[in-house]
Design a protein around this ligand. Structure first.
Ligand code: C2E
Ligand code: CA
Ligand code: CA
Length: 399
């Protein structure tokens, strides 16, 4: 059926306000040649082209061969009647406006007409004025229906894609949580190499989220940061039950700070609070956390200590130090890597150490990979060291 090609809006609509309507093609179907001729004349005077058919069968043939913008059909006809024609049209041209006209309106045919979306049900004899206004209305309804369909198929496709992507992400997120485990990386005293504690770093067996940053980003996009933070907190402190010799450094995101369950006192973490340091990154803006200072005070009240993470990573100033008054300052590995061969890094670290000492904070140098880096950091007076040289993040064997 050629009516209403999917990519072309139907003609017959007004191209501009006040201008004559663009010519459209109307198919007139009636077994009475006088009626056909009468409709034809009126419609042609509106500037439209008229195709004629004496019954439903011929009408369907015309529709297959020609582009048609609207159909005006008698209801009572031999072979396929008006209702049958309407039903056949709807299978292939859902937007094609169809006007039905009948002398004796039966309830059944009216119901059928409504069911299959006839745009009007006209009582014969149809006046010229009624015919003109019905044709104009049918053409604009057809155009609207077509535009609506184009828009929903366009935007519908997009949202379908979005929906599928979100579903995939959600599946990844669930699998990530199912496979969640914690790797623990040693932090050692710079002076004698003795163990100070471990930084807890989340991991998952679900491959696409192997990088914790990818996992965090996925959680963020799905607004499931609470789920992730809570799942980590449920398992992270387990080693403290059996390993009474260690303490843990646990990463806390800005979202975690907003989650009331972080402040709960009947959790495994809270039980071991005196051996837990919460690392809060300087990277994540604390601006969006209302009452940061009050929240930090609540955490301290439970017994946690606070570390500021990633210092010197090139992000907003040292404001986090003022807000958090940290017990520990972690120097970002970008300051540490290659410090033995870089005078600027060396003097930066050198100037930060007295600042930390004045604040009563210990300093951890993070990302130590070589003996040369370690030697410089010890010489400068860093308290604690962390990095592949001292140990990789690994699941922690029970004592
Ligand atoms: P981060 O807190 O700065 O953690 C240190 C990162 O440096 C870890 O990466 C660690 O594996 C890596 N690292 C340690 N030593 C070395 C070294 O000598 N050389 C090099 N090149 N890298 C080293 P990881 O585990 O991939 O974690 C990346 C980031 O993801 C973390 O950075 C932290 O911001 C975040 N993250 C990890 N676990 C958690 C968590 O449980 N909760 C939250 N909120 N964030 C987490
Ligand atoms: Ca950290
Ligand atoms: Ca860090």
């Amino acid at each position: 059926m050629k009516a209403q090609p999917a990519t072309m809006p139907p003609s017959g609509s007004e191209s501009a306000v006040g201008s004559a309507p663009a010519p459209a093609s109307i198919l007139v179907v009636d077994d009475d040649p006088v009626v056909r001729e009468c409709y034809k004349r009126v419609i042609e005077r509106l500037g439209h082209r008229v195709l004629c058919a004496a019954d439903g069968e011929v009408a369907l043939k015309r529709l297959r061969e020609h582009h048609v913008d609207a159909v005006l059909s008698d209801v009572r006809m031999p072979n396929i009647d008006g209702a049958g024609l309407l039903e056949a049209i709807r299978k292939t041209a859902p937007d094609l406006p169809v006007l039905l006209a009948t002398a004796e309106a039966s309830v059944e045919s009216a119901i059928h007409a409504v069911e299959y979306g006839a745009v009007a049900y006209l009582r014969k004899p149809v006046s010229n004025e009624q015919l003109r206004s019905s044709v104009a209305k049918a053409l604009s309804l057809g155009k609207m229906a077509h535009l609506k369909r184009m828009m929903t198929s366009h935007f519908g496709d997009d949202s379908e894609l979005e929906r599928r992507r979100a579903q995939e992400l959600a599946r990844d997120m669930d699998r990530g949580l199912e496979g969640l485990f914690i790797a623990y990386q040693p932090v050692v005293h710079a002076s004698n190499g003795e163990l100070y504690g471990y930084e807890a770093l989340m991991r998952t067996t679900h491959d696409p989220l192997r990088s914790p940053l990818a996992f965090l980003e996925t959680a963020e996009r799905l607004h499931r940061m609470y789920d992730l933070g809570r799942a980590i907190r449920r398992i992270v402190a387990e080693p403290l039950d059996t390993r009474t010799d260690i303490q843990l450094l646990i990463n806390i995101s800005a979202d975690d700070l907003l989650d009331e369950t972080l402040y709960s006192t009947d959790t495994k973490m809270a039980t071991h609070a005196s051996r837990i340091v919460l690392e809060i990154t300087e990277r994540a803006s604390l601006d969006r956390v209302a009452d940061v200072s009050a929240r930090i005070a609540r955490l301290r009240g439970i017994g946690y200590r606070i570390a500021v993470d990633d210092l010197g990573a090139g992000y907003a100033g040292l404001s986090a130090i003022a807000i958090l008054e940290p017990d520990i300052m972690k120097l970002d590995m970008s300051l540490i890597r290659g410090i033995d061969a870089n005078a600027t890094k060396r003097s930066l670290v050198q100037s930060m150490l007295p600042l930390a000492r004045d604040l009563g904070a210990l300093v951890i140098a993070e990302g130590v990979e070589t003996e040369a880096e370690k030697a410089v950091l010890c010489e400068l007076g860093c308290n604690l060291l962390q990095g592949y040289l001292l140990g990789r993040p690994e699941p922690l064997p029970r004592a």
